[in-house]
Design a protein around this ligand. Structure first.
Ligand code: PEP
Ligand code: MN
Length: 349
């Protein structure tokens, strides 16, 4: 294990369950050069009461002892300032804020009090609901408290319909987050996203294709006996094989700067197309303004449903012949139409 490797691969059990379990997983993960940090839940937020809630301080004592023996580093979830203080006491340098905590600004504020001046690296999981502002808000609160070593973790969102995932990925929400915070590295947690062992590889692959900076994967020496999240944990041997298969994508990570003449040419063509699209949109809005004047003169309503239905039918047929996705085209047309209506109403004032 090399703590400085990039991309960042964090692996380890959902929960620390015993000294034996932590020792076994540590020994196996310490042998994997791609793994940079070992995770282990010490205080477990349970959606419903009655389940295993973590071992607390004894787990931290084992982490400290095993980190010295194997030269590894650990991280765990914190939800209260007291958790942060205990982590510091036992030499834990990285902690994460869980999805249920990120969703609650009161708790984030309280945690920030504990993290202020700690020098810790803080991972911030996305909030349970797909509200990018809560995720951004948690990061802004941390920064205001002087925490500047921040990494985001995309673990998916809890939805009524999850499309077969435990937490729907909603990659577009994470994209929005990345647009707002381009300098914050982002990891994918395919374990909590998929909720199932057999989905881990597929989700990790998508994340690396989207140029994520690494992964957080749940790994247990005996997943079927795990006290929490047993369906989604994989063995250290599974992780090792998975990282081998992902090796090419992992090593490609962060290569944005290494341009090639072909890439430069393709990008410049894309730039030209975007400029033409914007010029065309400008002309289209100009025509909308002129139409608004004609409609006003003839005392016609701005929105004409029959005309709009014809437009959609015609454009969708054209989009299909060009191989464009119909729901994408429809969404795009609706956005353009809404703006066109807004422009026409503006003229009405
Ligand atoms: C976890 O990582 O064990 C965990 C509880 O994650 P999340 O906050 O993403 O549900
Ligand atoms: Mn878990």
């Amino acid at each position: 294990m090399d703590k400085n490797v990039k991309p960042i691969v964090i692996a380890g059990p959902c929960s620390v369950e015993s000294r034996g379990q932590l020792a076994a997983v540590t020994e196996a993960l310490a042998a994997l050069p791609q793994v940079s940090l070992i995770r282990g839940g010490v205080w477990k937020p349970r959606t419903r009461p009655g389940g295993f809630e973590g071992l607390g301080e004894p787990a931290l004592q084992w982490m400290q002892e095993l980190s010295q023996r194997h030269g590894v580093a650990y991280c765990c979830e914190v939800a209260r300032p007291e958790h942060v203080a205990l982590c510091q006491q036992y030499g834990i340098g990285t902690v994460w804020i869980g999805a249920r905590t990120t969703a609650n600004p009161f708790m984030v504020d309280e945690l920030c009090q504990g993290l202020r001046g700690s020098g810790m690296r803080v991972l911030v999981k996305n909030p349970v609901s797909p509200d990018v502002r809560l995720w951004l808000g948690a990061i802004e609160r941390l920064r205001k408290s002087g925490v500047d070593d921040i990494v985001a973790v995309h673990r998916g969102f809890s939805m009524y319909h999850n499309d077969g995932f435990r937490n729907a990925p909603l990659w577009e929400v994470a994209m929005e987050f990345r647009r707002e915070q381009p300098d914050v590295p982002i990891l994918c947690d395919p374990s909590h996203m998929g909720g199932r062992r057999d989905l881990v590889e597929r989700l990790a692959t998508v994340a690396l294709q989207l140029d994520y900076n690494g992964l957080m994967v749940e790994v247990h020496p005996h997943p079927d006996d795990a006290l929490t999240d047993k369906e989604q944990q994989i063995t250290p041997a599974d992780l090792s094989a998975l990282l081998e298969r992902l090796q090419d994508q992992l090593s490609r990570q962060g290569n944005e700067g290494q341009s090639s003449p072909e890439l430069t040419a393709l990008r410049s063509e894309i730039d030209n197309i975007d400029h033409s699209l914007l010029r065309m949109l400008g002309r289209r809005m100009e025509l909308s303004r002129r139409i608004a004047t004609v409609k006003r003169e003839r005392n016609m309503a701005v929105y004409q449903s029959g005309r709009w239905a014809d437009v959609v039918r015609d454009r969708l047929a054209m989009a299909a012949s060009l191989g464009l996705d119909s729901s994408f085209t429809k969404e795009l047309l609706e956005k353009i139409h809404a703006e066109s209506v807004r422009v026409q109403m503006e003229n009405d004032k």
